[in-house]
Design a protein around this ligand. Structure first.
Ligand SMILES: Cc1cc2nc3c(=O)[nH]c(=O)nc-3n(C[C@H](O)[C@H](O)[C@H](O)COP(=O)(O)OP(=O)(O)OC[C@H]3O[C@@H](n4cnc5c(N)ncnc54)[C@H](O)[C@@H]3O)c2cc1C
Length: 402
């Protein structure tokens, strides 16, 4: 094998390329990126970078000389427009045609704006990349009043950052609770409480939002109950998975590109990892930092013939105000038999969901990373747990053997 081509230069791409070289791949690596800044992490964009506690440089996964040592042939800024599977070529917007022996699709996802005409509003923002963050952080300094459309993780993090800066923040959520796709009603309530305590206004069931621009570029939000003017509106209404290259080239695609546990698509020479790919055990895309990194590492090794399964239990985190929120496992209400709440202090609390055999399915830990480490072992080993011990904050959980 002489040449590996990677589409995208985000987190999954970075870890894949690094792994290929670490494993001794001597051939050509070509990376196509439609962004100028490459190989950077996005989570701080809605947290420390937006609040200006961290710089854009701190996002970089590797130092300049480390990237040089990877001996990459860059195609940037450029955009992959087509995969010609018959001739094993990637076609670029610039007109280049890149042959590949193996190809990795690591195109991630894009911020979704649910109503097309909202894109024409001057002070409407999304947050997916460095440019978005630069625009948004500029306006955040100047605005007094901010509307956030979407009560998911990114919307809540932006709300927390803006509140810390003393802005008036209103969240408009279509559903009847926050983060409803990824957490239970109890956790949604917890999230609502911490935001309301911090002074954020939360408008649930905001189903018929109308957005219009006033003469002074304020955005008038009409939620069918109130009509309020905002200096800026941020849309955090989920992501569109950038799977079109997979669909158009005839790969098997569901909500993400379908891959097996080795990251291999329905074409044996094409792999996919990160937001654009499904999680092989769950069958849908997990949009998280850990997933992008670990699925890419496994795909890169597997491309080189070192078959490496990726079957990680999904894990993600969010930081809001003084709360570090970590989620292990997925929200599966149909399988939940029992909820155990462990509360060690006012700011340290966890929600543990057990199945009918008292095995852990899902944990949401607030300011408790130790619990997450233990829970991972319990879940991997299908440990049978005692709810009384879990809920007793005086009981040392280290005593529970995985
Ligand atoms: C603001 C924000 C906060 C987040 N916070 C958290 C968090 O707290 N915890 C957590 O676990 N996860 C978080 N995430 C999610 C996490 O960052 C993503 O899951 C991760 O970045 C996915 O990595 P990826 O490599 O799959 O995609 P990306 O990092 O999106 O990289 C894909 C790259 O491919 C490029 N590209 C797409 N199509 C083409 C093409 N045709 N040609 C060339 N280039 C192309 C894109 O422009 C992009 O640069 C956050 C995401 C965002 C946006």
């Amino acid at each position: 094998m002489d040449r590996i081509v990677v589409i995208g230069a985000g987190q999954a791409s970075a870890w894949a390329v690094n792994t290929l070289r670490q494993q001794g791949f001597p051939g050509e690596i070509h990376v196509i990126s439609n962004e100028d800044q490459v190989f950077y992490e996005r989570p701080p964009l809605s947290k420390q970078v937006l609040s200006k506690e961290a710089t854009y440089e701190s996002l970089n996964l590797f130092k300049r000389d480390q990237i040089d040592q990877l001996s990459i042939t860059w195609h940037k800024p450029d955009h992959a427009t087509q995969i010609d599977r018959d001739n094993k070529l990637v076609v670029l917007e610039s007109g280049k045609k890149l042959p590949y022996d193996k190809l990795l699709i690591a195109t991630g996802s894009r911020a979704r704006v649910p109503v097309q005409k909202w894109n024409d509003l001057n002070n409407l923002f999304t947050l997916r990349n460095v440019q978005d963050c630069e625009r948004l952080s500029g306006v955040l300094e100047e605005s007094g009043k901010l509307a956030i459309i979407g009560g998911g993780w990114i919307g809540l993090e932006i709300a927390a950052t803006a509140r810390k800066k003393g802005k008036e923040v209103h969240i408009f959520e279509y559903g009847d609770r926050l983060c409803s796709r990824s957490v239970s009603p109890e956790v949604s309530r917890f999230l609502k409480d911490i935001h309301e305590q911090a002074g954020t206004y939360i408008h649930l069931e905001a189903k018929n939002l109308e957005l219009n621009e006033s003469v002074n570029h304020k955005i008038i939000v009409d939620d069918a109950k109130d009509i309020v003017a905002f200096d800026a509106v941020v849309v955090g209404a989920g992501a569109d998975i950038a799977k079109e290259l997979g669909t158009e080239s005839g790969l098997e695609v569901r909500d993400g590109i379908v891959v097996n546990q080795y990251g291999q698509t329905s074409d044996e020479d094409i792999y996919a990892a990160g937001d654009v790919a499904i999680h092989p055990l769950l069958g849908y895309s997990i949009q998280s930092w850990a997933n992008a990194q670990n699925q890419a590492i496994s795909a890169a090794k597997s491309m080189l013939g070192i078959a490496t399964e990726y079957t990680d239990i999904p894990w993600l985190w969010s930081d809001q105000y003084d709360y570090n929120i970590q989620i292990l496992g997925t929200y599966q209400p149909e399988k939940y038999e029992q909820l155990v709440i462990r509360e060690s202090s006012e700011t340290q609390k966890s929600f543990l969901y057990l199945d009918e055999h008292k095995r852990l399915l899902n944990v949401i830990a607030i300011n408790d990373s130790k619990l997450i480490k233990l829970a991972k072992r319990w879940m991997q080993n299908a440990t049978v747990l005692e709810p009384d011990q879990l809920s007793n904050s005086d009981f040392n959980l280290m005593k529970l053997k995985p």
